[in-house]
Structures are given as structure tokens and as C-alpha cells.
Design a protein around this ligand. Structure first.
Ligand SMILES: Cc1cc2nc3c(=O)[nH]c(=O)nc-3n(C[C@H](O)[C@H](O)[C@H](O)COP(=O)(O)OP(=O)(O)OC[C@H]3O[C@@H](n4cnc5c(N)ncnc54)[C@H](O)[C@@H]3O)c2cc1C
Ligand code: FES
Length: 278
């Protein structure tokens, strides 16, 4: 991991492109202004960054472009409150502050040779996108790769410009679902955990990686258990509010763990050992 010059000092970055993914999610592609830093910038799939809008504050987002594609760093931001609303008002050419990379990452080395099942809901597809594209760029290292991606309705589905490619790939089995029927929708209809149960991905030599709203995670975990996945075979990411991002302020703790340095990636086996504060 490349050392940051100063953990507390945001590096200046320029937004080079934006994509309005859904009515509430906007993607930002940005480059660090320091060309050498951008060239040397190293991160692992699953790591996050703090984006700051000066005068407003900072918020945490996963770097959702994979480390294997380095022309820019991509962050997808769902509008939630003050910082995210200000971020949504920015466009190409605007400046933001970046503190990254922060946190741990998906244990992709341990997953080599295994079948991988990605289960993403809404903006939860962001961290999965990083790891999935990273694995597709290192395809020979992994077994079957399955993606189940769900959103409330077709317009709430992010990364639409990539979906035809994902659906068309022979080395990726993609299933898309929405909660309720919608005109023109040609894919599955149904809640993610139910569709997952129908798909019945085998638990044998597999790892399931899931990310999405808490209610989706709760029922997805139950579905995975029904399908025979053991706690160690299930990986997820947590979203506790963060401030410093580097284990100093104590704002993001769950019991003795800090999400910012011990996470955001945890196995279900690890989560079970934490106090029930989620
Ligand atoms: C590890 C990690 C990765 C993340 N990755 C992404 C990402 O890729 N894309 C993305 O859009 N968001 C992501 N988030 C969530 C994002 O950081 C928050 O939504 C953001 O901080 C909101 O900032 P704000 O100032 O706009 O909202 P605020 O004005 O601070 O809050 C608005 C409302 O949302 C609630 N809220 C805000 N953040 C959270 C949270 N994390 N958990 C529960 N409630 C919250 C507040 O309580 C308040 O009610 C991530 C969070 C973490 C911790
Ligand atoms: S955000 Fe400060 S300790 Fe985690």
C-alpha cells in the first residue's frame, strides 16, 4: 500500500467525468492533481476513500473502479445528506479533496480457485463492482463467477452502461432483478433473497460476497445459510459512520473493532463475534 503523505490532509483531485447513474446516485471519475501520486497510487479492491467538499465536510465512499484499471478513480455517491448533496452539485473540472486508500479489503488471494457469488443491492453494487471487475481482469484465478444484482426498479439500477456487457459475458453469469414488475423489464422480478434461493448457487468450494441495505443483507444471509453456506464462506462490508477514517477518533467502533481500520470488509463469522449494534 502506498503511504499517504499525511493521513489527515486531503489530496487535491480534479473531477474528469461524471455519470448520473440513477435519480439519487451520481458517479465521479477523478484524478489526483499530483501526477506522480496518481501514477503511484495503489489500492486494494474494497478499500475506501474520504471525499471532501471544502466548506462542507467529508464522507466515505468505496473506490469502485478496480486497481487493474488506473486511468481514474471512480466513486459512486448516493445522495443522503449535506456532503453528498454538495458532491452531487459538482461536475467535470471541479476540485475535491481525497483521503485514500483507507480500510481493509476483500481477501481475494484466499478466494483463488473458488466459485464466487456476488449479491448486490442498490448502491451496494459499488464495492462488488470493484472486486468483480478485478476478478474478471484476473479471470483464470477464479472458478465460476455469478452476479445477482437487484434494485427497487429499473431506474434505480446503477452501472446501466455496463449491464449489457456483464449480461453478454460467457465467463460471468449475471442475473438482474427488480422488486416489482415494470413495463419493458425483461429480467427477473422479486426480492434478492428470494431470487437467490431460486438460483440455488452451490455452496461447494464457493464464497458469497454481499453488500446492500441492512434489510437485504439480513434476509440474504438467511438465504445463504439455507443454501448451505458456512459463516466463513460469506463476506460483507459494513457502513458505520466514520470521521477520521484512520482509527483515531473512535467514532466507528463496534465493540472493540473500528470499521475504518478493521473493516469495512468482514466475514459473517467475524460479524457474529461483534456486539449486535448493526
Ligand atoms: C465504509 C463505507 C463505504 C461507503 N461507501 C459508499 C459508497 O460507495 N457510496 C455511497 O453513496 N455511500 C457510501 N457510504 C455511505 C456514505 O459515507 C454516507 O451516506 C455519507 O457519509 C453521507 O454523508 P452526508 O454528509 O451526505 O450525510 P449526512 O448529512 O451526514 O446524513 C444524512 C442522513 O443519512 C444518515 N446517514 C448518513 N450516512 C450514514 C451511514 N453510513 N449509515 C447510516 N446512516 C447514515 C444520517 O444519519 C442522516 O440521517 C459508505 C460508508 C462507509 C462507512
Ligand atoms: S473513523 Fe475514526 S476511528 Fe474509525
Amino acid at each position: 500500500m502506498t503511504e499517504m503523505p499525511n493521513l489527515y490532509l486531503p489530496e487535491m483531485a480534479t473531477i474528469i467525468e461524471t455519470v448520473q447513474e440513477t435519480p439519487t446516485i451520481k458517479t465521479f471519475r477523478l484524478v489526483l492533481n499530483n501526477e506522480q501520486r496518481m501514477k503511484d497510487f495503489h489500492f486494494e479492491p474494497g478499500q475506501v476513500g474520504q471525499l471532501s467538499v471544502f466548506g462542507t465536510g467529508e464522507a466515505t465512499f468505496v473506490i469502485n473502479s478496480p486497481p487493474t484499471r488506473k486511468e481514474y478513480l471512480q466513486f459512486s455517491v448516493m445522495r443522503a445528506g449535506e456532503v453528498t448533496a454538495r458532491l452531487h452539485s459538482l461536475n467535470s473540472g471541479d476540485q475535491v479533496g481525497v483521503r485514500a486508500p483507507l480500510g481493509n479489503w476483500f481477501p481475494y488471494e484466499d478466494m483463488k480457485g473458488k466459485d464466487i457469488v456476488f449479491i448486490g443491492g442498490g448502491i451496494g453494487m459499488a464495492p462488488l463492482r470493484t472486486l468483480m471487475l478485478f476478478m474478471l481482469d484476473n479471470r483464470a484465478d477464479y472458478g465460476n463467477i455469478t452476479l445477482l444484482y437487484g434494485a427497487r426498479s429499473p431506474v434505480d439500477m446503477a452501472f446501466q452502461y455496463e449491464l449489457p456487457e456483464w449480461l453478454g459475458r460467457e465467463d460471468l453469469k449475471t442475473t438482474l432483478t427488480i422488486d416489482n414488475p415494470a413495463q419493458g423489464w425483461e429480467h427477473r422480478v422479486g426480492l434478492i433473497p428470494n431470487v437467490l434461493l431460486e438460483m440455488e448457487p452451490s455452496a461447494k468450494n464457493s464464497v458469497a460476497i454481499t453488500c446492500g441495505p441492512p434489510i437485504m443483507i439480513k434476509f440474504t444471509l438467511q438465504a445463504l445459510k439455507k443454501l448451505g453456506y458456512k459463516d466463513e464462506q460469506i463476506i460483507t462490508t459494513l457502513e458505520k459512520r466514520m470521521k477520521c477514517g484512520v482509527g483515531i477518533c473512535g467514532r466507528c467502533n463496534i465493540g472493540t473493532k473500528y470499521v475504518c481500520v478493521d473493516g469495512p470488509v468482514f466475514s459473517y463469522a467475524q460479524l457474529k463475534e461483534l456486539p449486535n449494534e448493526l
